[in-house]
Write a protein of this length. Sequence first.
Length: 318
Amino acid sequence: MRKTELYGKADVIFKTFWRQNDRFASLFNTVIFGGKEVVKPEALEEMDTDISNTLTFGKYKETLARTRDVVKKAVYGIGFVVMGIENQQEIHYAMPLRVMIYDSLGYLKEFQEIVKHHRKTGDLSSTGEFLTGMCQEDRLHPIISIVIYYNESPWDGPVCLKDMVIKMPREIEQAFSDYKMNLLQVSASEQYQFQNEDVQTAFETARYLYQGAFDKVQKQLGNRKIPSDVGAMIGVMTNSRLLIEEAMESKGGIDMCTALEQLEKKGEARGIHLGEQRAKKEIAIRLSDHGMKLMEIAGVLDEKEETVKEWLKNSTVD
């Protein structure tokens, strides 16, 4: 399976996994609402993911073609909340801006629907309402987005718009309107306890595989089978071609322990574990080239000095 084919399947697997209301609700209740059952699965409805729009400023026009990964709305009180998920396998150094644009296009889409409604009914009265296209009492619905980062390497990109902006004097910073994104890193998700078993299994297993802790996976899952789509999700979260294929070909669920044994035989499991080590070795060599001492490098990378010394002795990056 080529890398492009893997990414193509990953996109479909991600979206299919999160379209199930139980999983979607568990994600938002745990990460956004601190474990409270604010979002109920039965209150969720699928929404159009296409938020493409044309921005018009006088004679200037620009069409923005944008599609979100998964979007649902949840009835809450007398209104509803719009919630979206963005799946990321690689770090995106403009992600806060990207999320802000997605959210803004969502608000713009609803605003235009309100304007269209009032034009049809002709119920605008004041000058301000005619100029705006909406009534004074009209309100937009809140949009909440989560970015899920599926990678063993820590996110080192920005998490808010301020992180993307040059260093500002205090007076400017106080007046600056920031935009924060909700980031969930799979590799650092141990503080979350998801009520949905499928979500908990996917995140916990992926974390163990990042660490190379296959004994923990076997202890966690035992001999029980997990749903095929959960196995496929774990496969794309860990970038494992074999797990994806095993899960997609399985009927009635996948035995993860058996699949992991095959991974180890083919060396793919070891590759998952060694990915982080290769990255650390490369960083160690570069820091050494810039004059940093062995003890300092070991401290930065949180590794034993003997390990770093061995890396530097064979200073060829794998």
